[in-house]
Each structure stands twice: as structure tokens, then as C-alpha cells.
Design a protein around this ligand. Sequence first.
Ligand SMILES: *[C@@H]1O[C@H](CO)[C@@H](O)[C@H](O)[C@H]1NC(C)=O
Ligand SMILES: *[C@@H]1O[C@H](CO)[C@@H](O)[C@H](O)[C@H]1NC(C)=O
Ligand SMILES: *[C@@H]1O[C@H](CO)[C@@H](O)[C@H](O)[C@H]1NC(C)=O
Ligand SMILES: *[C@@H]1O[C@H](CO)[C@@H](O)[C@H](O)[C@H]1NC(C)=O
Ligand SMILES: *[C@@H]1O[C@H](CO)[C@@H](O)[C@H](O)[C@H]1NC(C)=O
Ligand SMILES: *[C@@H]1O[C@H](CO)[C@@H](O)[C@H](O)[C@H]1NC(C)=O
Ligand SMILES: *[C@@H]1O[C@H](CO)[C@@H](O)[C@H](O)[C@H]1NC(C)=O
Ligand SMILES: *[C@@H]1O[C@H](CO)[C@@H](O)[C@H](O)[C@H]1NC(C)=O
Ligand SMILES: *[C@@H]1O[C@H](CO)[C@@H](O)[C@H](O)[C@H]1NC(C)=O
Ligand SMILES: *[C@@H]1O[C@H](CO)[C@@H](O)[C@H](O)[C@H]1NC(C)=O
Length: 663
Amino acid sequence: MRLHAPLGWFPTAFGLVLHAALATADLIDNGKVVTLGDITYYAGGIPVSTLHGVNGQIVTGLLDIGADLLPLTVIHTNSSHFSTVELNSIVSTFLDSDDVFHTEFLESVYLAYDGSKTPSVDTQSCAPTLDGYGTELFMVGPTFKTSMFSGVTKVSFSKELPSGPYFMSPSTGDIFRAYRLYPDDYLAFISGAVSDEDDGFLALPAVTENVMAKSIAVPSRLYYTASADKPLAGLRLGVKDIYHVKGIKTSGGNRAYYYFYGTQNATAPSIQGIIDQGAVSVGKMGTVQFANGDSPTADWVDLHCPFNPRGDGYQSPSGSSSGPGAGMGAYSWLDIAVGSDTGGSMRGPSGSQGLYGNRPSTGAISMDHVIPLSPELDTAGVFARSASLWSTAIQAWYQNFSSNYTTYPKSIYYSGAAAGWSDVSETTPEAYALLDTFISQLETFLSVNRTNVNLTQHWIDTHAPEAPSDVNEMLNTTYAILTSVDQYALLGAPFFSDYAAANQGRTPFINPGPLARWRWGQANSDNSTYAAALANMTTFRTWWSTTGFGRPDPDSCSEGLYVYPWSTGTTDYRNRYFLATNHPPLGFSDWAVAGYAGAGEVIVPLGEAPYNSTVTGKVEYLPVTMAIQAARGCDFVLARLVSELEEKGILRPVGTGSRLYSN
Ligand SMILES: *[C@@H]1O[C@H](CO)[C@@H](O)[C@H](O)[C@H]1NC(C)=O
Ligand SMILES: *[C@@H]1O[C@H](CO)[C@@H](O)[C@H](O)[C@H]1NC(C)=O
Ligand SMILES: *[C@@H]1O[C@H](CO)[C@@H](O)[C@H](O)[C@H]1NC(C)=O
Ligand SMILES: *[C@@H]1O[C@H](CO)[C@@H](O)[C@H](O)[C@H]1NC(C)=O
Ligand SMILES: *[C@@H]1O[C@H](CO)[C@@H](O)[C@H](O)[C@H]1NC(C)=O
Ligand SMILES: *[C@@H]1O[C@H](CO)[C@@H](O)[C@H](O)[C@H]1NC(C)=O
Ligand SMILES: *[C@@H]1O[C@H](CO)[C@@H](O)[C@H](O)[C@H]1NC(C)=O
Ligand SMILES: *[C@@H]1O[C@H](CO)[C@@H](O)[C@H](O)[C@H]1NC(C)=O
Ligand SMILES: *[C@@H]1O[C@H](CO)[C@@H](O)[C@H](O)[C@H]1NC(C)=O
Ligand SMILES: *[C@@H]1O[C@H](CO)[C@@H](O)[C@H](O)[C@H]1NC(C)=O
């Protein structure tokens, strides 16, 4: 036996007695952390099936195995005469496609037949192969020919299970999912989660050795098969910890909030929606407190800021979707992550970690049961490491965007000059070259020439006569007012009052950043100011979609694309002190356009720029990224565009770790 269960010291002979006695004492089995072939696994505490002998008896022989858990591989076949050729081919497919399966799971094997004949096993060819794998128990389904050979045990399962690795309790026949435990070295997660095998989740009751960090449990990929119904089947999903998920506490990045509100009773419809498409949630991920804008050293008082793996590993991950961004940059075992974007909270981490990530058109998906910043601006986006996966995920997730367009946008509005990148000296030559090459390739791909634009000047030239003359003044405080007023009304005030009522009038701890923003909102806005801020935003939105750069088009959905540099590989060290902030972000520039226009925008990684790290004393590299925006509601144009750009080699998938690309 290579399996070491912590509870393995119970003498097996007393197993059944103990089981009965402990059951009456309400002892709950939360599963076990086990090591198999040097890999650490979590064997879920909730059985997904139970194995019986064909006549309902317990399988004789299993009780003699001196272990609490036995690794098990379930194999499905259509072959009515199963031979070693198929066995070897299945094992090699399993090894290639899954990081949880390992040949040690072949210690016991269950072969299920999916066809309609009476199946048998070519025992002569299989026996030596199974010996080679160390298989000690070979079981087949009830329809197999009886007169095969000794050593094959016929069994049935209370519920058929998909192929893959499992753990089996020899004493009860219970079968548990096999989860591989990965360390969260980058503090990207708040807590791991596993399915409760119903419609909710359980906080992962397993910790392994780490600096302040938890382990995250991921189930075998072999359990899931993508289909038209479930295009995201088996994709491991991380969820920013502002979305409520049934069975798990939500922190919002605040310890008092986490403990005070406790376990959530319902899953946000947005998260349920992506789970219904097949994604498998593996945990809740770090957020700037209440999705605001804290900097790592100065402001992350209540929790520690996740670590950005790029470059020297000590750059800010940006925020507020810091955990999802850091985790996607760091962990190849995590496929996609859901964050949110009110004023750049998806796009910031996409830029700092070099990921595909979007803020969708406002209203893309319900934001119910999510900690709010401002309902006028809050959106839910997806991070991925490839354009194709990002594209698949958003098209599966958002339900109400049209894809009836027949051509691509006919204009590229490049705000590169307005952002100051026309002059090579203002950024590194490497960043400039990446940005300019991409725009040139986009021009060729779309067969259009870029139009260099200056939004401020275009407003001066084209705004309605009755509208304010200075767009930068008109929108200077819009974001500050909408977010500070809304979040205080919807989150701050009720939290203070609920908390005070339960704690003899006490106030919960709030990080300096959100607290300053809420106070600023209370001091600088009344109902008429708020209404004016909203009216200014509407004025802008109307202009953008009529005479601005976000006009709808019947053929291409979006007449043009608004494109601007998002990150240029500049440093943002996390060990940098800042002065205390006493207000929300003010001012208006390209980052705010998508929000005020209600339009969708995606960040795409283009490459890396070198810098001399003050941490490592070596040249390290940071991502360079571009923002691409389409007219409101044309998010699927972006989805198709970036995935085609990737097929053409103009965009590339990124990897995990310090560098974006391994070659
Ligand atoms: C068995 O055949 C069915 C129908 O052709 C197919 O859907 C299924 O994937 C096959 N199963 C295996 C394990 O090959
Ligand atoms: C969950 O439901 C219980 C029982 O109704 C309630 O006491 C608790 O406050 C609810 N939790 C949340 C976070 O809403
Ligand atoms: C999507 O549909 C919702 C209602 O279901 C609507 O409120 C929202 O405006 C729509 N979003 C877009 C971008 O069309
Ligand atoms: C954009 O136009 C405004 C208004 O004319 C001007 O002040 C600003 O300098 C221009 N920006 C750039 C980058 O040229
Ligand atoms: C783009 O500009 C070049 C050079 O100015 C010109 O020859 C070409 O026709 C233009 N292409 C389009 C699609 O307008
Ligand atoms: C924006 O508001 C701040 C604070 O009131 C002010 O200092 C700044 O000058 C304003 N900027 C513009 C462009 O109006
Ligand atoms: C709305 O725009 C006007 C005109 O620029 C400006 O004076 C005012 O401060 C803005 N109001 C708010 C609340 O943003
Ligand atoms: C401001 O608006 C809120 C919410 O609509 C309302 O409850 C409140 O009475 C208003 N206050 C004033 C002074 O009009
Ligand atoms: C796509 O649908 C929209 C909304 O129904 C419509 O306005 C537009 O004309 C359609 N475009 C095409 C190319 O069919
Ligand atoms: C790093 O520093 C060296 C020495 O000062 C300098 O020559 C080099 O250009 C720097 N590299 C980058 C990428 O800034």
C-alpha cells in the first residue's frame, strides 16, 4: 500500500464497530488528506456512489485490505472484448489529459461497459499489463460474462460514475471523488471550495504545508466532457470573493464582513449561470476590500494582497480582482476566473498579469447577490490565458448579446497618440514596438487603416450645442460620486447598522481606502449631485453611440473599434508606500470610457518589456497589453475577433509564472 491516511491507525478489525458508534455521536467525516505517489490528494467526505457485490452483498475480500481508502480508477469502454491495447491507450489518454490521475490509481480498477452486447475481458493480454501497473483488484460491471477468470470481481455501483480516479472505502464500499491539492503560494484564494454534491459548496476542510496559504482542491478533469449544453464542462473556475456562493462565507476582502454575515444561503445567478455551463468552482479569490482600489503596502490592512507572479514577483497584481488575476497568472491548474469591473477591476489585473480579461457591456449578466460598488457601473468579466478560451467562456456565459453581424468593424480608432505613446521616448522601445506592431497587424486583418483620435478634441468638435463644452470637467467626479454614494447606501450603511445592533453599538473595521471613499461621498454629494453625475454620464453615453467612437452598425454590430494601450510593462512595486488617500479616483481618461458608455472592452496581452528589477537585481519582464472596445452590446464581436487573431498568430496564449511565454 502506498496510501497514507491520517486516520489509518484505526485497527481495521474494529472498523465497523467504530463506524456505528461514531455515527451516533454525530461525528462528521470531512474527507481525508492523503498522499499517493508523492502527490497530495483530498478524498471528499461525501460519497458519490457505493459499490456492491452483484447480489447486493458487500464484496468479500475488500475488508481484508488494511487501509481506510483504496485508490480506484473507473474506465468506460464500448469494446465488447476489452484488451490490453485499449487499456494502454486509455491510461495514456488519462495521463495526457488530467493532472489528478496517476498510475497509482490503477491499484484497483472498475471497468464499465457502455455498449449493448455481453462484454468480456481479454484476460490473457490484460493480466500482465495490470500486474505492471500494480493492480490488486480488478472489477467489472454486472453485464460482463461470468465465466472469465478468477481475480476478476463482478460488482455494481449504486450510481454509475464517469471515468477517472476515485477513492473507495473498502469497509463501506463508498466511492469518493479524487481532488488533487495544490498550494496557493500566491495567496490568490480566500478559501478553497468543493461541491456538496447537491447545489452548493463546502469550504475545503484541508490545509497542507504553506506560508500562510491554503491548499486548493481540484477534481479530476476526466469526470467532465464538454458538450453543446455544457461548453465549459470541467473548466476549473475561481470566483472573486464578492459573489455570494451557497455554502461558503463571503469576505468581500473584509474580516468583519466574513464572520458577521456567515455562510451564504444562495449562489449569485451569474455564478450559477457559469456553473450551469459546466464550469467547476474551486474556490473564492482575493479582492481589494469591497472591490475598491487599494495598493498593496499602503492599504491592504485587513487581508494580505495576492502576489503577482510576473516579473520579479513583487509587482502589484492591480485590482480589485487581484486574486483572480494573480491566480490566473500563477496556476496552470486554474482555467478561468470570474472577477468584476466597475472602473477597471478586471482590466487592471489583466494588464498587470498579462491575461485576456474583459469588462462586458453593462447589463451583460445579473449582478444580484454580489457585493455592489455601483449598480450603474458594476459588471462581471472572465479572465483566461488564451483568446479562444476567453471567447468560448463569454459566449457561453452572457446570454443576451447578438451575434448576427456579418462583417467586422470598419474603423480602428486608435487613442495611442492621446495616451502619449506616439513618442518612443515616453515608453520603452520594446513596449512601443509591440503596440505598434499589433495595430499594424489589426489594420491588415481588418483591411482598414487606423484613425488616430483624441477624444477630448473630438468632443469639442462634435458635442451637442446644449452639452457642457469640456468633457474632462463634465466627467471629472462621475465615477467618484456614483461609486462612493452607491456603495455606502447599499453596503456601508446597512453593514454598520447590522453590526452595531449585534455588537452593542460597535463599528466594524474597514480599510482606510473604502472608508475614505464613503466619507468623501457623504461629504460631497447629495441627491441632486448624484442625479447630475448620472445625467452627465448619460450625456456622454448618448454622444459616444451617436457621434463618438462607439456607434452601432447593422452589419458589423459595432461601426469601429476603440483601441488604446492598457499596460506598457512599467513597474508598480508592491513594497511602495503611498500617502493616505482621502477621496475616490477623480478625472476622466480612456479607462473610464467603457463604463460610462456601457460598452464592452477586452484587454489582450501582446508581449513583454524588460526592466531592471530593484528586487532581484536582474533584468525581468512585465506584460504589455492593449484595450479593445466595441459599441455597447457588441461583446461577441470582440470574442470572435480576438479568437481569430489568435488563430492567425497575431495574438498568442500566455502561460503561467514569471514570463508570459515559455519559449
Ligand atoms: C461509446 O459509444 C457512444 C455512442 O457511440 C459514445 O457516445 C461514447 O462516448 C462511447 N464511449 C466510450 C467510452 O468510448
Ligand atoms: C441564511 O439563512 C439563515 C436561516 O434562515 C439565516 O439565519 C442567515 O442569516 C442566512 N445567511 C445569510 C448570509 O443570508
Ligand atoms: C441584457 O438583458 C438585460 C435584461 O435581461 C438588460 O437589462 C440589459 O440591458 C441587456 N444588456 C445589453 C447590453 O443589451
Ligand atoms: C487632445 O486634445 C486636447 C484638446 O485640444 C488637447 O488639449 C490635448 O493636448 C490633446 N491630446 C494629445 C495627446 O494630443
Ligand atoms: C491605407 O493607407 C495606405 C497608405 O496611406 C493606402 O494606400 C491604403 O489604400 C489605405 N487603405 C485603406 C483600406 O484605406
Ligand atoms: C476634478 O476635481 C478635482 C477636485 O475637485 C479638481 O481639483 C480638478 O481640478 C478637477 N479637474 C477637472 C478637469 O475638472
Ligand atoms: C456635470 O457636468 C457639469 C458640466 O461640465 C459640471 O459642471 C458638473 O460638475 C458635473 N456634475 C457632476 C455631479 O459630475
Ligand atoms: C435622496 O434619495 C433617497 C433615495 O432615493 C431618498 O430616500 C431620500 O429621501 C432623498 N433625500 C432627499 C434629501 O431628497
Ligand atoms: C442584428 O440584430 C439587430 C437587432 O435585432 C438588428 O438591428 C440588426 O439589423 C441585425 N443585423 C443583421 C446583419 O442582421
Ligand atoms: C538596466 O540597467 C543597465 C545598467 O544601468 C542599463 O544599461 C540597461 O539599459 C537597463 N535595462 C533596462 C531594461 O532598463
